[in-house]
Design a protein around this ligand. Structure first.
Ligand code: NAP
Length: 294
């Protein structure tokens, strides 16, 4: 495997150690960062994600509030919970786990969170700040984590062609907005591909940096990658695997075995982008707390 592995676990560990240090400093001044994680219903995947986020918050020394509401919670009830968290001085970051049950409109909920506590970075105020390059908002955790992965693994981004597969509001679009900014960790020429892209391979073959967030197992194969490219695999697809105890395993959007033979650097799944998402959530939360004392 000639490609160098980008170790998301190791980089995330560094970020979380820095966050814990900053939380300790705040605590010395009498302020403990607080993160509220709200989950509605009993989606098993959401339960795993919210438990991991609350655990990471505790490990960072935060006050951690894990609010689990029944699946038949009304939109009005959830909004009043958000209002209460918005005005709770112990809470600096609020995260409402998606997806929500069908009676609740996710956009209404996202817009109700105080932008200063929107540590997921999904509120339109924060999305707008990110797009115009203002630095006092919050950046969505997964693309923010990918930018840190690139920086920490020594990838020089200015002038590079960055191709992103996927245009979701949580990964693809913010990733494009970040990589096109005028700064040393960006300055890329960005292309965004989606299901209506006519010749996907023609675009991916031109990428110096290829970021794949399609949610389709092994959609990117070696013939689609330029030799020496940096490949970031965001995909987390649960696929059947009778050889494992659970009968399933996580599979990225990239065919790791073949692509790692020609890429210069590549993220594994698991252990690449995933750990960074939680680390960046902690970083956003400690920053939200720091901003209340500045
Ligand atoms: P999403 O909302 O389903 O968006 C997928 C995007 O990929 C869409 O824009 C879609 O195009 C595009 N796409 C799908 N199939 C394609 C194809 N064959 N060719 C070109 N484009 C294609 O997914 P998401 O929320 O962004 O997540 C993407 C993946 O990342 C999922 O596997 C998710 O689990 C994973 N994820 C991981 C983390 C982490 O922390 N590791 C965080 C977030 C997401 P259209 O817009 O045309 O439909």
């Amino acid at each position: 495997m000639p490609a160098e592995l980008i170790d998301g676990r190791a980089i995330a560990k560094k970020i979380r150690a820095d966050v814990a240090e900053r939380a300790k400093k705040l605590a010395q001044g009498g302020l403990r960062p607080g993160l509220a994680v709200v989950m509605v219903g009993d989606n098993p995947a959401s339960a795993v994600y919210t438990a991991a986020k609350s655990k990471a918050a505790e490990e960072a020394g935060f006050y951690s509030l894990n609010l689990r509401l029944p699946a038949d919670t009304s939109e009005a009830d959830l909004l009043s919970r958000v209002d209460a968290l918005n005005s709770d001085p112990k809470i600096h970051g609020i995260l409402v786990q998606m997806p929500l049950p069908k009676q609740i409109d996710p956009d209404t909920v996202i817009r109700r969170i105080d932008p200063k506590k929107d540590v997921d970075g999904f509120h339109p105020v924060n999305v707008g700040k990110m797009l115009i390059g203002e630095r006092d908002g919050f950046i969505p955790c997964t693309p923010a984590g990918i930018q840190v992965l690139l920086k920490e693994s020594g990838v020089k981004t200015p002038g590079k062609d960055c191709v992103i597969i996927g245009r979701s509001n949580i990964v693809g679009k913010p990733m494009a907005a970040l990589m096109m900014q005028d700064n040393e960790n960006a300055n890329c020429t960005v292309t965004v591909c989606h299901r209506r892209t006519v010749d996907l391979k023609a675009h991916t073959r031109a990428a110096d940096i290829l970021i794949v967030a399609a949610g389709r197992p092994r959609i990117v194969t070696a013939d689609m990658v330029k030799p020496g490219a940096v490949v970031i695999d965001v995909g987390t697809n649960r696929v059947n695997d009778p050889s494992t105890k659970s009968g399933t395993r996580l599979q990225g959007d990239v065919d790791f075995e073949s692509v790692s033979e020609i890429a210069s650097k590549i993220t594994p799944v698991p252990g690449g982008v995933g750990p960074m998402t939680i680390a960046m959530l902690m970083a956003n939360t400690v920053r939200a707390a720091e901003m209340t004392v500045r």
